[in-house]
Write a protein that binds this ligand. Sequence first.
Ligand SMILES: N[C@@H](CCC[C@H](N)C(=O)O)C(=O)O
Length: 275
Amino acid sequence: MRFVKGHGTENDFVILPDPDGALDLTPEAVARLCDRRAGIGADGVLRVVRTKAADIEGAGIDPDIDAGAEWFMDYRNADGGIAEMCGNGMRVFARYLVDAGLAAPGEWDVATRAGLRRVTLGASGDVSVEMGPADVLGPGEATLADAVFQGERVSVGNPHLACRVDGPLAALDLSRAPGFDPAVFPEGVNVEFFRTVGERHLEMRVYERGSGETRSCGTGTVAVAAVAARGMDEPGEWTVDVPGGRVTVALGRGTSRLTGPAVLVAEGETRPGWI
Ligand SMILES: N[C@@H](CCC[C@H](N)C(=O)O)C(=O)O
């Protein structure tokens, strides 16, 4: 199995080129690929498949979604579970397509389980993604050990709980999953902890559903910016620092745009029979 390894602000991915949809990618195979000791190691897998060849029904997306999007980003979390969207993954996915000569630099749509997402990129450099609306849905609660954190539930295509904290983020122990009410988040949730560090400038850590603590989460940065901007007439552009680097989030009426790096670092082939 051919693979490419890449990351966006150190949220890292195994990219699997599968243009014709020939791969039978089981949850177990994804978990083996993402295993940081026994596998290649990653926060998730990006299967690169032509939308027309994707098993749209099995993927649970709207069959109409292929209109205008040649490629479908089949995103999987490190535990093998499926997620609707991945913001950092989308930048890396787009960079891979251009690097491999499968798409030209410019502006085009990619299909995801959360709908179409428009990417903009040059032959090198940062990638921007139209992330759609970030819907702030109301209060929610997370726990870490005995501490309770109040947050806001946000949908960026996938579920988030963005919790503002006062103290240093480094003091939080994210070695274990935050607790949450499964009745409120029946599909699980990505939990962000963030604080304001300047004018429209945030710092964030995240515990991702299906992957654990990661160095960055693109949809998570959009979620925390949307919560921080609530009530502002002009939400504007936000800088979000994450352990793996920095991204910018531009908020508009019912839209959001994520911009940041996307880096391809290696490519290779798994040993025959290993997976
Ligand atoms: N790291 C991603 C989000 C990946 C999916 C997430 N773990 C989920 O289950 O919703 C990002 O950059 O957005």
